[in-house]
Design a protein around this ligand. Sequence first.
Ligand code: SAH
Length: 259
Amino acid sequence: MTDPLPNGRLTIVGLGPGDPDWITPAAQRALDEATDVVGYGPYVARLPDRPGRTKHASDNRVELDRSRRALGLAAQGRRVAVVSGGDPGVFAMAAAVLEALEAGEPGWRALDVRVEPGISAMLAAAARLGAPLGGDFCVMSLSDNLKPWDIVEKRLRLALEADLAICLYNPISKARPWQLGRAFEIVREVRAREHLILLARAVGRPDERLTIRTVAEARAEEADMATLVIIGASTTRLITRSGDAPPFVLTPRSYGAGA
Ligand code: SAH
């Protein structure tokens, strides 16, 4: 076991949901200073090729391997950026890198490791729609790759009963085709037919699509893995606008306080 070389650094960088204008200056600086960029292929591909910067693209399912590799590079004195879409702390690489650090070489704990925040998909989606997250809300990943499905159902049901607005990340994929449909069945058991479900797809990218449905209308087939689903609270409502402008979605901040 060798001690890390000095000057090595690892920054876990949030690239935002897609629009380059949504990358913070601090995140951009970490990318500009990096000698090595490590991450899931499509995120690494978003960055231009540059002399002196090596890109290490990997598959989506190997987060711990990728994290160990990044820590190893930093221990060799490299300046490493590990990239995530959105915010790296939201169902993304910050947790994977810290897990690898916790279980890895003791010397890695001496490394300069930082997390640079980014705009998470739920915040970008909410901004596009108006203010659907203006009241209390909660955030879940619908993926049962890393936790059992009965936990997902239990959390969803309790969040619905608590009348929170609910952001669902990872709603559906080729490997997980039925989970969102099942989640919508549970929503129909608890919420009224006219309550709202919002599908925000590829926010900040050229193929962005925003869809507003009622609980009765919503279909899982309208979502894909680039979609963030927001289940409205009972107070979530639409404000129509003139002309062709889509309605605003509002979840008011006030709730039963006589306001
Ligand atoms: N760290 C990311 C989330 C990673 S999980 C973040 O903070 O946004 C991947 C899931 O995020 C996708 O399945 C989708 O639900 C959501 N997502 C990521 N980018 C998105 C975008 N541009 N528009 C809508 N949803 C997005």
